[in-house]
Write a protein that binds this ligand. Structure first.
Ligand SMILES: O=P(O)(O)OC[C@H]1O[C@@H](O)[C@H](O)[C@@H](O)[C@@H]1O
Length: 246
């Protein structure tokens, strides 16, 4: 018996988000965001602390780093200058806050290590065995290091991430541009590609890009929200999409 991926006919490529889909790093990002945002909020009257699930899912998850800072602060009516990319981590600017968060997340990755979800690894291996093309599409500038640390970099033929998107001037999620670039790199039309995402911003990107199939991966009990934002199907684990074949 071998695992076979259950996907609609005509799908020739799979485009996987990283944090929360392939690796269990979404919660690590959320913890780092909480640490930096709570310091910003503590100095401001009437602000409740950052909620690692509700605020993260609604305003930060899936967005490129600086967009996540802007989006969350905006939700609280806080407007800070962008500053410069190399702002020090103690600068009260969008970039300063993003740089501070990156220091924290890198330390957490180093201390705790990075794990791939076993069900996702099984699914990607089955996709490969079935002859489908595979790419990782992540907003994270730490994507390649995370893939390496999790030991899964070799399973993918293409990678579009926070570093390459910036180099190629691609708009980040919720825009579809990074997913479209990955489909192009794999030589398939959007309608021939399936998108796998846990973030609402990623669902919107999948819908906006008119991809052939959009799979919502529900890690935080937001199945309904994933559907509302564009999921064709919602699973708790990618292994649910495997069928045994002899
Ligand atoms: O700060 P990084 O590693 O470039 O990541 C940017 C974003 O990448 C996304 O994949 C995560 O969902 C977000 O939480 C994260 O903020």
């Amino acid at each position: 018996m071998t695992d076979h991926p259950s996907l609609p006919p005509g799908i020739r490529a799979c485009l996987f988000d990283l944090d929360g889909v392939l690796t269990s790093t979404a919660v690590v990002h959320a913890a780092a965001w909480k640490e930096v945002f709570d310091k910003v909020l503590a100095g401001r009257e009437g602000q409740k602390p950052f909620d690692k699930v509700a605020d993260y899912d609604a305003y930060v998850d899936g967005l490129p780093r600086a967009e996540g800072v802007r989006s969350f602060l905006e939700s609280r009516g806080i407007h800070l200058p962008d500053g410069d990319e190399d702002d020090p981590p103690d600068a009260e600017t969008v970039n300063g806050i993003g740089n501070r968060k990156n220091e924290i997340v890198l330390k957490l990755f180093k201390d705790k290590g990075i794990d791939a979800y076993p069900g996702s690894v099984r699914f990607v291996k089955a996709v490969k065995a079935a002859g489908l093309r595979r790419a990782v599409v992540s907003s994270s500038a730490n994507c390649q290091a995370a893939l390496q640390a999790a030991g899964i970099e070799d399973l993918f033929e293409e990678r579009v991430d926070g570093v390459t998107a910036r180099q190629d001037h691609l708009a980040g999620k919720p825009h579809p541009d990074t997913f479209l670039a990955a489909a192009r790199a794999l030589g398939v039309e959007p309608g021939q590609a399936a998108v796998f995402e846990d973030a609402l911003a990623g669902m919107e990107a999948g819908r906006a890009g008119h991809f052939g199939h959009v799979v919502g991966v529900n890690r935080t009990g937001q199945a309904d929200a994933l559907r509302e934002h564009g999921a064709d199907v919602v699973v708790d684990d990618l292994a649910e999409l495997l069928e045994p074949r002899s």
